[in-house]
Design a protein around this ligand. Structure first.
Ligand SMILES: Cc1ncc(C[n+]2csc(CCOP(=O)(O)OP(=O)(O)O)c2C)c(N)n1
Ligand code: SF4
Length: 259
């Protein structure tokens, strides 16, 4: 089985030179996505094939995944990955469609798509690489950046409190809401598999470091613990446990809510 998965994973790679910074957790997210697709193909015993997956991206460091993952799709526009993914799904409902996004991408310019995606409830999976920074454009603060964050755009420090996207997803009627840790490939793979199998819109927020622009928020592993929850009231409490602002407290990782 391991050999089959390795050979499927190899076919999912491309010959492009990877230009992420050495050690960037985007490498780990790419590995988790390849494992997810390979395991779904292998477990289906021939029913699901590589060509049954498609993707869309925003624009940002995260979006370079388009060049490194050999499935078809659209290298989209900043903030618009969800609309492209919904369009692909409407065009061919048999496809498993993955929409890759950045936190700047989807919680700022693309916010209206994010909220309405929960209402539309198209059977696609949104994967947000949340590094709490607009990294490709050299580190301006995004809606999930912590207060006090200093950058060229905010020399005196970010004044606003971060948005909590998990709370927002619950308020918008999300039926599959998960949070993953980019640094835990095994768990991220399990979460992504469940998200893709969920019938309807599934949302996976991946907590990711940016080693260059928001070092203050790097490596929150010691705050993380695993959850799997189907109770809405408990989900509201889980969502409150981390405010995206602090390096203290608890960060629930796993399925925060599935209806
Ligand atoms: C419509 C549009 N608006 C803005 C930009 C500029 N832009 C390109 S990448 C980027 C930042 C991306 O940040 P994020 O989505 O958080 O992804 P990351 O680079 O951190 O992975 C911005 C603002 C653009 N290319 N197109
Ligand atoms: S700038 Fe940050 S997010 Fe972008 S590739 Fe480098 S480490 Fe990764």
């Amino acid at each position: 089985m391991a050999n089959t998965i390795d050979s499927i994973k190899q076919k999912l790679g491309t010959k492009e030179t990877i230009t992420w910074c050495p050690g960037c957790p985007n490498f780990l997210i790419l590995e988790s996505v390849k494992r997810t697709i390979a395991e779904l193909i292998e477990e289906s015993k021939g029913k699901i094939k590589q060509e049954d997956f498609a993707m869309s991206t925003g624009i940002g460091c995260h979006a370079k995944i388009f060049d490194y993952l050999d499935i078809s799709g659209i290298y989209g526009l900043h903030g618009r990955t969800i609309s492209f993914a919904e369009g692909i799904k409407l065009g061919n409902e048999k496809l498993n469609v993955l929409a890759f996004a950045g936190d700047g991408d989807t919680y700022a310019e693309g916010m209206e798509h994010f909220i309405h995606a929960f209402r539309h409830n198209e059977d696609i999976t949104l994967i947000v690489h949340d590094n709490q920074s607009f990294s490709l454009t050299t580190g301006q603060p995004t809606p999930t950046t912590q207060q006090g964050y200093k950058s060229k755009a905010t020399p005196q420090g970010e004044k606003e409190k971060p948005l909590n996207p998990i709370k927002l997803a619950l308020a918008a009627g999300g039926k599959f809401i998960a949070r993953a840790n980019a640094r835990n490939i095994t768990q991220t793979t399990e979460i992504l598999k469940k998200a893709i199998k969920h019938k309807g819109f599934s949302y996976v927020e991946i907590v990711q470091d940016c080693l260059i622009f928001n070092k203050e928020m790097d490596n929150k592993d010691s705050m993380m613990y695993s959850v799997e929850n189907k109770d809405k009231a408990k989900a509201e409490k889980l969502a409150e446990e981390w405010d995206y602002n602090s390096k203290k407290g608890k960060i629930p990782i796993g399925i925060i809510y599935e209806e």
